[in-house]
Design a protein around this ligand. Structure first.
Ligand SMILES: [Cu+2]
Length: 122
């Protein structure tokens, strides 16, 4: 558990970004986006409305980092966490400032990934 957290911390820390400017998937790093990623990683503990998106097109941790950074750059996002292996993006946001459609659009703007709202679990 502690180890998992350490790995996650490495993934989201710009200085520790493993690809050094060249993501393993062949796309270049967007370091500006990484620097912008100030929102929290703990979605469950964050305030606001929660939404889960399914993101397709991610092939590695660098992809997940780019999607995470794009989500966190959206005004009103309190926390975001993205898993490239499952394609699941969890976001906590202020419903007065943004909505799921804006989050989906932010992912689409990266050009490489497609997001859609996960099926509601009831
Ligand atoms: Cu990648």
């Amino acid at each position: 558990m502690l180890r998992t957290f350490a790995v996650l911390a490495l993934l989201v820390s710009p200085s520790a970004f493993a690809c050094g400017g060249k993501a393993p998937c062949g796309s270049s790093c967007d370091m500006a986006a990484h620097a912008d990623a100030t929102a929290a990683d703990d979605v469950a503990a964050a305030a606001g409305e929660k939404v889960t998106l399914n993101v397709s097109g991610m092939t590695c941790g660098s992809c997940a980092s780019r999607v995470t950074a794009a989500l966190k750059a959206v005004d009103g996002v309190n926390a975001a966490k993205v898993d490239h292996a499952t394609g699941v993006a969890s976001i906590a946001f202020d419903a007065a400032k943004t909505d799921a459609d804006a989050l989906i659009a932010a992912v689409a703007e990266l050009g490489k990934f497609q997001a859609k709202k996960a099926e509601e679990q009831s």
